[in-house]
Ligand binder design. Structure first.
Ligand SMILES: C[S@@+](CC[C@H](N)C(=O)[O-])C[C@H]1O[C@@H](n2cnc3c(N)ncnc32)[C@H](O)[C@@H]1O
Length: 335
């Protein structure tokens, strides 16, 4: 069953940073329940290209289309494809509100939550490989790495040990089944559910969330018009680290780089972004008090310059971990 509707986090700050009243075309890369999109469309001269890979969001988008007509376009796909979604139009602002929505978390059948009994799914797009595929087919060492890197789980090896032992008896197919295995591995009784980090890790892995974010930043650099504004809300440090490092480099900040190293692109290529604030903005106390999802939110804002996009690839901003291609190969081998 679906629970409470999604409450947008840092909506006024994230949308306001793009200055919709100046008019133009804005991309909302994470449409969800449409909270950000509606706030942009409150400015009459603004139109929105909204993106979401969740088929449930596509349904919400139909109602927006009926309400806003030509000012609203929906692209059903990943936000890493935002250049395709832009379709060559001049883009004045891009906003991303990364992560899962309350609708996704609250629907047991989507399999995101250890609090709800459901299939071990976790796919935002409802297509492709599932979290059950990951726990049943990935080698022990890959599971450890995923729990360490994406979940920052200190006892990753023990979780993987218990999973491998359990799947030898029967496949792990449900959220509560996996939560029980992790509770047996880590014990119960702490302040947070012991399965929290493992579930986070599997969700990030199965949706390639960090790869998506990194490719979206590169695409934003390509499609934003000079003076266009990028506004990104993230919810955990793995995401924020990527946004921060990418924007600081693109803004020409080489702080921390040894002067004994040979010059790199940042020494010779003009900055493609300028930074509004060096540090991330956080939600106010009132918002955190009324919406628990806001607790860990961070907003970073940057303005596109008129310099050409950089050509350097920064894959090294992504932590090294098994990929979905690795999982696909394991599933094929097992078939
Ligand atoms: C936190 S919600 C956004 C809520 C929205 N700002 C609002 O106010 O209603 C995140 C949404 O982004 C979508 N999403 C997350 N990662 C995505 C990606 N890589 N590509 C497309 N959509 C994505 C999810 O399906 C979800 O609907």
């Amino acid at each position: 069953m679906s629970g409470a509707p999604h409450i947008s986090v840092m909506r006024d700050e994230a949308v306001g940073a793009m200055e919709p009243p100046r008019g133009g075309t804005f991309i909302d890369g994470t449409f969800g329940a449409g909270g950000y999109t509606r706030a942009i469309l409150d400015s009459e001269g603004a139109s929105v290209i909204a993106i979401d890979r969740d088929p449930a969001a596509a349904k919400t988008a139909q109602a927006f289309k009926a309400e806003f007509g030509d000012r609203f376009t929906f692209y059903a796909g990943a936000f890493s494809e935002l250049d395709a979604a832009a379709g060559g139009r001049v883009i004045n602002g891009i906003v991303l509100d990364i992560g899962v929505s309350s609708m996704q978390l609250d629907q047991a059948a989507r399999g995101f939550s250890f609090m709800r009994e459901g299939p071990l799914d976790m796919r935002m797009a409802s297509a492709g490989l599932t979290a059950a595929d990951a726990v049943n087919y990935l080698p022990h060492e890959d599971l450890i790495r995923i729990f360490q890197v994406y979940g920052e789980e200190r006892r990753a090896r023990r979780c993987a040990d218990f999973i491998v032992r359990a799947r030898e008896i029967e496949p792990i197919t449900t959220t509560d089944g996996l939560a029980e295995i992790i509770a047996n591995a880590l014990g119960r009784g702490g302040k947070i559910n012991p399965a929290t980090r493992v579930f986070q890790a599997l969700r990030i892995f199965i949706n390639d969330e960090l790869g998506e974010l990194y490719r979206a930043l590169l695409a934003a650099e390509q499609v934003l018009a000079p003076g266009g504004i990028l506004s990104v809300v993230s919810f955990h440090s793995l995401e924020d680290k990527i946004v921060k490092a990418f924007l600081r480099r693109r803004a020409g900040e080489t702080a921390g780089r040894s002067r004994y190293l040979p010059p790199d692109d940042s020494d010779v290529v003009p900055p493609s972004f300028t930074l509004g604030n060096r540090s991330a903005r956080k939600p106010g106390k009132g918002e955190v008090g009324s919406n628990v999802r806001a607790r860990s939110a961070k907003l970073r804002v940057a303005t596109r310059t008129d310099a050409a996009p950089w050509s350097t690839d920064e894959e090294k901003l992504l932590p090294r971990a098994p990929s979905l291609d690795d999982l696909a190969a394991c599933v094929r081998r097992a078939a």
